[in-house]
Design a protein around this ligand. Structure first.
Ligand code: DSN
Length: 478
């Protein structure tokens, strides 16, 4: 932003106005900025949106109901929301080279469910439906569904297993996708912990899913989407990619050719707030074939579109077209590699032995702590991460054996590869200085731990030094 003083003054005025109505909200909002500024944030799914993106969310575009799609709304007076949605979709199509873009989903889960429903609606227009006198699954009654499910068997979906890094929305029970589909998960090679495309192909031939999903939230490697497409084609499956985590690396042209999902997948779902650095929300890209069915997302699956958030998506997508964003995306991966190398050289075991995206997944078993203990000790030492399963995790999904790290947020603050080496040193130091406490049964606790004061204080000092070197929103004062 050109005049940060003016922007700061504007935000100060707005916060004073909020303060008059509910001081606790103004105080929490101010405190959140202070906390974010003081946080060494390594949560792989978080980032910092630019001030223009944040400012775009705080307007009266929020006040309009606009169910439907551009030019076909269930409410009058939607001309400005039409403009916002059309501009955001245009930027999304051009940035990613997609035939079609739907920018309404409010989150990644919403995007995935909308996309699944659209694929079901499109693909199950068979003579069986005609027998029921209906054109599409959207018109089926509950009893029609029962008949259809019995006659044809339930629909099948294949996605990456949770402990290998897949996501709940890829057909797992805690999400409704696990109730919509029979799911079979593919994992990773037990030795290398990498995707094994021959094994996936074999499973796919056996299971014959309607939908093959690729994508992850905790796999520290790239995917060969051309190979996944071949597998989908061989069995006649629809190929869907969830790029929620790495959309910024696709937009920033880090993932190109076989690693770019857009030319290979039928439907691509994403969030907009992770590596893409936009507002909190979701988005779907697809081939034209699925456009009409995805356009039915609201009100079929989604509540009314959020005009202010779609506007902020448009601003973020416009930012992502720049060389500056492409440099940022490459720096995210360079920083992840530097973090991985720094950790390995200090004796930390990594899932897949490294990274070639924005994620580093530590396996902390060699330090005799659980992921939960490591996560908490790192937080005590000023480092914000989250625990995560590793393949075949001996501690299960609650305590876990892994800690996930990611570089999008610190890279937004301007951290370099040498800063990431300093961060690796802090993390390794904390892990080495953390021990589980002993339970009353004389066993090592999975939750409680002790971290030495020296290691904690050293890490806190280093965090402060690095954060001071790279302030968040420098010059912006509230
Ligand atoms: N919460 C996101 C993440 O942390 O990866 C996925 O839902």
């Amino acid at each position: 932003m050109s005049d940060l003083n003016a922007v700061s003054t504007a935000y100060q005025t707005l916060l004073s106005a909020i303060e008059q109505v509910e001081p606790r909200i103004a105080a929490a909002t101010r405190q959140e900025l202070t906390d974010q500024r003081a946080s060494l944030k390594l949560i792989a799914s978080e980032n910092y949106a630019s001030l223009p993106v944040l400012a775009t969310m705080g307007t009266w575009m929020s006040d309009k109901y606009a169910e439907g799609t551009v030019g076909r709304r269930f409410y009058a007076g939607c001309q400005n929301v039409d403009t916002v949605e059309a501009v955001a979709a245009e930027h999304a199509r051009e940035l990613f080279g997609a035939e079609y873009a739907y920018v309404q989903p409010h989150s990644g889960i919403d995007a995935n469910l909308t996309a699944y429903w659209a694929v079901l609606a499109h693909e199950i227009e068979t003579p069986a439906l005609a027998e029921h006198g209906v054109r599409s699954v959207n018109d089926l009654s509950e009893s029609d569904w029962e008949v259809l499910r019995k006659k044809f068997g339930d629909q099948r979906l294949m996605g990456m297993s949770l402990d290998a890094g897949g996501h709940l929305t890829h057909g797992f029970r805690p999400n409704v996708s696990g109730k919509m589909f029979h799911q079979r998960a593919y994992g990773t090679d037990p030795e290398t912990q990498l995707l094994d495309y021959d094994a996936i192909a074999e499973q796919a031939r056996d299971f014959k899913p309607l939908i093959l999903v690729a994508g992850y939230s905790a796999y520290p490697r790239r995917i060969n989407f051309a190979k996944m497409r071949e597998i989908a084609d061989e069995i006649g499956a629809v190929f869907m990619v969830d790029m929620a985590h790495f959309a910024g690396l696709v937009a920033g042209k880090v993932f190109t050719g076989d690693e770019d999902p857009i030319p290979h997948a039928d439907v691509i779902m994403t969030t907009t707030h992770k590596s893409l650095r936009g507002p909190r929300g979701g988005m779907i890209l697809a081939t034209e074939k699925y456009a009409a069915d995805i356009d039915r997302g609201c009100p079929l699956v989604l509540g009314g579109p959020l005009g202010h958030v779609m506007a902020a998506k448009a601003v973020a997508l416009a930012e992502a077209r720049t060389q500056e964003f492409r440099d940022y995306a490459h720096a995210v991966v360079d920083n992840a590699r530097a973090l991985a190398e720094g950790l390995k050289s200090r004796g930390v075991r990594l899932v897949t032995d490294g990274t070639d995206n924005h994620i580093v997944l530590m396996d902390v078993r060699d330090f005799n702590v659980t992921g939960r203990q490591a996560e908490a000790a790192l937080l005590d030492a000023g480092i914000v991460t989250n625990r995560n399963s590793v393949p075949n995790d001996p501690n299960g999904a609650w305590y876990t054996t892994g800690v996930r790290l990611g570089t999008p947020a610190l890279t937004s603050r301007g951290f370099s590869t040498s800063d990431m080496d300093a961060v690796a040193d802090m993390i390794a130091g904390v892990l080495k200085a953390t021990k589980p406490t002993t339970t009353s049964k004389g066993e090592p606790s999975k939750a409680k731990y002790e971290l030495t004061d020296d290691a904690r204080q050293h890490s806190l000092n280093e965090a402060e030094r690095l954060l001071d070197l790279h302030p968040l929103y420098p010059g912006f004062e509230i």
